[in-house]
Design a protein around this ligand. Sequence first.
Ligand SMILES: *[C@@H]1O[C@H](CO)[C@@H](O)[C@H](O)[C@H]1NC(C)=O
Ligand SMILES: *[C@@H]1O[C@H](CO)[C@@H](O)[C@H](O)[C@H]1NC(C)=O
Ligand SMILES: *[C@@H]1O[C@H](CO)[C@@H](O)[C@H](O)[C@H]1NC(C)=O
Length: 518
Amino acid sequence: MASSRVYTLLFLFAILSSFSSATEAEAEKEYVLTLDHSNFSEVVSKHKFIVVEFYAPWCGHCKSLAPEYEQAASVLSSHDPPVALAKVDANAEENKGLAEQFGIQGFPTIKILKNGGDVVQDYKGPREAAGIIDFLKKQVGPASFEVKTPEDVGSLIDDKKIFVVGIFPTFSGEEFENFTIVADKLRSDYDFGHTTNAQLIPRGESTVTTPTIRLLKPFDELFVDFQKFDVDVLEKFIVDSSIPLVTLFDQSPTNQPFLVKYFESPDAKAMLFLDFSHEHIDAFKSKYADVAGLYKGKGLNFLLGDLKASQAALQYFGLKEDQAPVVVVQNSKGLKFINKNVEVDQLAPWLKDYVDGNVKPFVKSEPIPETNDEPVKVVVANSLQDMVLDSKKNILLEIYAPWCGHCKKLAPILDEVAVSFENDAAVMIAKFVSSHLFCYFLASSGDDGSNNDIPSETFEVEGYPTLYFKASSGEVLRYEGNRTKEDIIDFIQKHRDDEVTATATATATSTESGKDEL
Ligand SMILES: *[C@@H]1O[C@H](CO)[C@@H](O)[C@H](O)[C@H]1NC(C)=O
Ligand SMILES: *[C@@H]1O[C@H](CO)[C@@H](O)[C@H](O)[C@H]1NC(C)=O
Ligand SMILES: *[C@@H]1O[C@H](CO)[C@@H](O)[C@H](O)[C@H]1NC(C)=O
């Protein structure tokens, strides 16, 4: 589901930004190409390899990336083969089509386009200049390196990284071709090598006689062999084998790639956050690993986070440090399940309850306001059901964020719309401040508490403001028209449910209260 991808992106930004250090360097000549809807295809079609950043001018992460990206572009402009870096303002109205075409849901999103745009891949590398440069140089080189000598092993294989090596009697045949396809596809996530000499490869003494893939990893069983060469099967094997039984979220940068893989996995995520100097840390670790052993590979992956490293994640879940040790499960629909101040012995039973479907999801909500008498009514997560979903009114609901400029522009217009319906008890204009947003972590420091979870199965939110209309019949429509008073009123008049409206108006007149009960 699109919205769960947004959640993932939030984490990635938080993680990546906590490891990067932006500099203020200002370049004179712009090496980064500026593209827009008018010249995007033309420019891309001329490049065998071009990197495109989709950004939004208001996004803080984009701002801190800009000087790094520019510096990388200036260095890479003289690389052989050339590597072009470009950017698109995906927030600009005229470029929305491009943003849609590339499925942009968060900022910044960086894509690698190859062969004139025929191949599109996500950029998953670092976000500071030196890292970007190294990463992209590798992307334009071969996807897999031949391992011929012990020196090659020394330079290619590193005991902190995942390394995937294909062992083949000869570098030909369908197995080798499929390996090459997978290596090219996954090259931004893993390092690949191939060899005819299995003896060279560490962590496996056996002689290999048939084509074999060996995945070397710095955790758990340290290496796994695999002998199926169907492209999709091989890809899945690599992705699944590279998620540790328990992914560690601490301040060590060597864990970063594993964190990224953890958060990118579409599976449900169990996360235990606690202080790594907790007196029972060892008991927690061992119990948690036991539970992980039971459920990993069945759609649930496990993470253990040190409080010191996990502040942004805690804040995202609306949790406080004194609620740790805390277990959070986020399922693939974005629903959250939380167990605060958990004790060692509760880990296994609670996770079993979750797996068995016996734990209720947690919904983050601001308190229901005591007075709600402005023309535009305030809806929070805890009043959404009563005020909107179960309501018999025709409701226009704005989902917005406090920092969003378009939302600020819309506010007085919505006020006017609400005033014009003030005596129409069958219509309600309402607003809902959401925590489900791009670039959240940057905006979040002052926004503590201004947070409501929106049920993504009913209201999909990909940007702010998002306007939904729920007719009294229950029908839910997205409002995509112009954000003018006239257009919004026309829309409401066109889509309101007249039958219910008639009853509603009568009731309102007879009770004269104009209140919520219908
Ligand atoms: C693409 O068009 C925009 C707007 O017309 C312009 O600013 C930009 O320089 C163009 N980019 C390239 C690479 O030609
Ligand atoms: C290579 O991959 C293709 C596509 O997934 C598959 O049909 C074929 O059987 C694979 N070849 C081998 C030898 O596994
Ligand atoms: C919005 O306004 C523009 C220009 O005023 C107009 O061309 C367009 O058709 C309108 N869109 C809708 C959905 O009414």
